[in-house]
Write a protein that binds this ligand. Structure first.
Ligand SMILES: [Fe+2]
Length: 225
């Protein structure tokens, strides 16, 4: 029987997010403070997603796996600490570049170094997520039932601040099969206030092609398509 991949939604979203982040970093003109501030904003947002995601793994899903299979997630937890340290360093670097630019200092060399560091971090994040999907997921499937995994997912979603959910949404919509996006909106329409649905539909309009967006509207019976 096919079981649901437990890391599917957040990891696909993070892969899309890091692809967009390193692309933006590669396009950034480090002589232009507004361009660097836009990069800094995207870094702050995407790093917030990484911190939030690894805390959910450590405190909830990994904690419950470790109770049944002691130290099963030690490698992943160590990687979270190491990656968080890198995120903190790169965050400090981009903030320093903005401060130095404001003071009129040339930051081109620091900008090139930041781009290289972000590409390196992107690579490390991909390896980390692949290891969780290859090794840890097998242990989760072995030690937890589908009902227990679904219950964990519900608790993670229930504990998430709306501000964090808003940051995830564009990357989730942009990285899932259209059928899943349609199901997500159907669920949202049944449970969330209208302004939340409308806000997320605006995000979907930005992230999807016109044809894909029309199919989401059709699934929600919002249009004639
Ligand atoms: Fe992780």
């Amino acid at each position: 029987m096919t079981r649901k991949p437990v890391f599917d939604t957040p990891h696909k979203a993070l892969r899309l997010a890091f692809g967009e982040l390193t692309t933006l970093a590669g396009k950034t003109d480090f002589y232009n403070i507004s361009a660097v501030q836009a990069l800094q904003k995207l870094m702050d947002e995407i790093f917030t997603l990484v911190y939030s995601h690894s805390h959910h793994e450590d405190d909830l899903s990994f904690a419950e796996l470790d109770q049944r299979c002691p130290n099963a997630t030690q490698h992943d937890r160590d990687e979270h600490q190491r990656l968080h340290q890198r995120l903190d360093e790169l965050s400090a670097n981009v903030h320093s570049i903005v401060d130095e630019l404001r003071a009129g200092q040339d930051q081109h060399t620091a900008g090139v170094a930041l781009y290289t560091d972000l590409c390196n971090l992107h690579t490390e994040m991909l390896i980390h997520m692949m290891e969780e999907e290859r090794d840890t997921q097998a242990l989760i499937w072995e030690h937890l039932s589908d009902e227990e995994i679904a219950d964990q997912e519900a608790r993670i979603l229930g504990s998430m601040d709306p501000e964090i959910m808003v940051l995830w949404t564009p990357y989730i919509i942009g990285s899932q099969p259209l059928k899943h996006v349609q199901e997500m909106f159907k669920g949202m329409m049944a449970t969330a206030p209208a302004f939340v649905v409308e806000g997320n539909l605006k995000v979907a309009r930005n992230r999807l092609s016109p044809g894909e967006y029309a199919q989401v509207e059709a699934a929600l019976e919002l249009s004639e398509v």
